[in-house]
Ligand binder design. Structure first.
Ligand SMILES: Cc1cc2nc3c(=O)[nH]c(=O)nc-3n(C[C@H](O)[C@H](O)[C@H](O)COP(=O)(O)OP(=O)(O)OC[C@H]3O[C@@H](n4cnc5c(N)ncnc54)[C@H](O)[C@@H]3O)c2cc1C
Length: 407
């Protein structure tokens, strides 16, 4: 006798877990979540957990507002390891100083002290005094976004799991891969898992970099590409450094931008980043090398040592992970183009931690009410709405890719 649920979520990373919570919070639906690994065992666990501005077009900026709002709320109510060490935009020669507020700041900053856009302008002496490991050459000053920071991704996913279970409407099945998706007349009827068959009403694909593989189980071709990302670290505690904000340098490592942030314990993390699909780092998430390329820490050191003064620090291997990317860099949050009870919440392109609550709220709106709009006025203080309709999966086939311009 198959088991049953109103809604099934495939994938228990931050996206799947926050979707399960949101669906149970907003409805009386019985939700089951399947994950083939253990809690946050994939991309979410490997994330740097940075909660920062993603001013890359209207939709990202809006998803970020919702994500930041939830992180602030959870940081007050639960233990999610939020460290508000800030994000630092260092201005080097070649840029204007002081920088003008951006169009995003003008549109989305509500002017409150707790806004994600709250910032402090540091002239050159103040910047170098506050962050003495920054080499002074060519530095003009910096802008510190004081409320941004990073969370512990395991604690955040764990919090969502606990809150979802507390609703008594969510069943979470760890170590339970979905192996087959059965369908009839353009509808999914059941999921075959390692622990038996489940009859399901609606199905959400929250498989992160496995999103295309999960879609393929339903015979759907999803334009989502898994990309391998590397993180290395430095023993900055050897130089007495702690609580470093998220920042970066104006030079690429092996042709690619690399962010840097402090970690508890005084280490520094350095990470690659892709905003869109890169063919060069395309991998199968089931067969990925979780260790850095042998030359990566040395390559990061060669660049960063031109900007950071850390004479005693040692640069070491960190880890590798995979995230799901799309050609235009925007997620797919939409009902499937073929199967009427199948939904996708994938393709976060490296921003899933910050944006997760926006994704979960939008997915709940889509699945529970068939809507696509979320009211942001309570956050912005003026009429502002997130509309996820442009994030449909069919845009790639239609050649209607989204752009990072503010619209
Ligand atoms: C190195 C790195 C650093 C990052 N740093 C940041 C950051 O600082 N800030 C930020 O906002 N974002 C960051 N990201 C991006 C962020 O981590 C991701 O966008 C986010 O974790 C994606 O979550 P997810 O739930 O979609 O995917 P995942 O966490 O990968 O979850 C998908 C789940 O699906 C499960 N699954 C797959 N197939 C099946 C199946 N057949 N049956 C059942 N379960 C299945 C997997 O086991 C997995 O647990 C970073 C990513 C990486 C790799």
């Amino acid at each position: 006798m198959p088991q049953s649920a109103d809604i099934a979520v495939i994938g228990g990373g931050i996206i799947g877990m926050s979707c399960a919570y949101e669906l149970a919070r907003q409805s009386s639906a019985r939700v089951v979540l399947f994950d083939k690994t253990m809690m946050a065992g994939s991309t979410s666990g490997g994330s740097a957990g940075v909660i920062c501005l993603h001013d890359m077009g209207t939709i990202y900026a809006q998803l970020t507002l919702l994500g930041f709002e939830r992180v602030r709320q959870f940081a007050r109510q639960h233990e999610i390891g939020f460290q508000p060490w800030g994000t630092l935009d260092i201005c080097y020669e070649g840029r204007a100083w002081p920088p003008e507020p951006t169009a995003y700041t003008r549109r989305f900053d509500n002017g409150q002290a707790d806004s994600i856009y709250a910032r402090e302008q540091l002239d050159r002496p103040a910047l170098l005094e506050r962050f003495p490991w920054i080499r002074p050459e060519r530095v003009l000053g910096g802008v510190l976004y004081t409320n941004q920071g990073y969370i512990d991704p395991y604690k955040l996913v764990d919090t969502y799991e606990r809150l979802a279970l507390e609703t008594s409407r969510v069943d979470i099945q760890h170590a339970t891969p979905v192996l087959q998706i059965r369908q009839h007349d353009n509808r999914i009827t059941s999921l075959v898992t390692r622990r038996g068959e489940w009859q399901v009403g609606q199905v959400i694909n929250a498989g992160g970099p496995w999103g295309a593989k999960i879609a393929a189980l339903a015979g759907v071709d999803l334009p989502l590409t898994p990309n391998r990302i590397q993180v290395c670290m430095a023993t900055a505690f050897d130089d007495g450094l702690s609580a470093a904000p998220l920042t970066g340098v104006p030079e690429a490592v092996d042709g690619e931008g690399v962010w840097c942030r402090g970690e508890l314990g005084g280490t520094l993390l350095f990470g690659q980043h892709h905003n869109t699909t890169q063919q060069s780092s395309l991998v199968d998430p089931d067969y990925v090398n979780r260790v850095n390329d042998s030359g990566y820490p040395a390559a990061v050191e060669a660049v960063y040592s031109r900007y950071w003064n850390l004479p005693k620090s040692v640069y070491l291997n960190g880890w590798c992970c995979v995230y799901g990317t799309t050609e235009d860099g925007f997620p797919i949050i939409a009902r499937d183009t073929q199967l009427e009870n199948f939904y996708h919440a994938v393709g976060m392109n490296g921003h899933g931690m910050t944006c997760h609550a926006g994704v979960a709220l939008a997915t709940a709106e889509l699945v529970l009410r068939g809507g696509s709009v979320i009211d942001l006025a309570p956050i912005t203080g003026h009429d502002e709405r997130l509309d996820i309709a442009p994030l449909d999966a069919g845009r790639f086939a239609r050649g209607e890719l989204l752009s990072f311009d503010l619209r």
